[in-house]
Design a protein. Sequence first.
Length: 304
Amino acid sequence: MEYFAPTALQDAVDFLQQSGKAGVAIVAGATDWFPARGDRPLHRPVMDITKIAELQGIERTAQGWRFGAAATWSDIVKADLPSCFAGLKAAAREIGSVQIQNVATLAGNLCNASPAADGVPPLLTLDAAVEIASLSGVRSVPLTNFVLGVRQTALQPGEMVAAITVPALPTQFGEGVGCFIKIGARKYLVISITMVAALVAVADGKITEARVAVGACSAVAQRVPMLEAALRGCTAAQVEAAICPAHLEMLSPISDMRGSALYRADAAFELCRRAVAGSVAGALAGALAGAPDSAVQKGGIGHG
């Protein structure tokens, strides 16, 4: 079978167009793609996108942030990103081993479209979009409309992911602090049974904005708007009581070899509490760190 490693995006989309109905297997780290092959022979060309200059790196843009499709999880861990990306960085550290993180990509995690894709919940809280390239040009699709189901995406024949974009947070979010927590059958190198990402902003000791997303509890990770609404106006002490199981009724967890539907639902509820509490604690710590010494002293809080 043909193997193609283009160095320019134009060459890549030309190759996709020429492949016709047979299609092309697009790989970067291939950390999901290779194991999924098993013993089956290849039936279509393979295109390796890791040498394409336009798909490299993480950069600040006038609109927000751009993660190239070839950016790895290690790139994300090492990047100098604001506190709203703390959840995404935490997820990056949970993706397999360091060796896997060095080659596996954020874009690949999305295109694999697993319900347990660790990158999706934190990106949902960041209101991310997927930049899709083809011979006819580039289009942007909100992440909520990109992952359509188990192993299903909005990619059409001749298209490929060029980048993931994250807009600047709305003014009312301030700095915003993210958090990501997952639970699995063991501590390391584990597929998520349930995971939660949270992003909150705090002002005057109260939550002003909140975004929470739950993964591995439905075919596609989802934001939980009822919970987000309930959190606004809460203090750190009120967070636990503000979250109730009814907020997560929109989820549809299944039972499989990793856990029962009931276990997933219970775990998601608890992880929501922990993730939101973690985000709030980070936001409060950030506010304290940024305060003048006199303000800290007046509040009677030590520097510990």
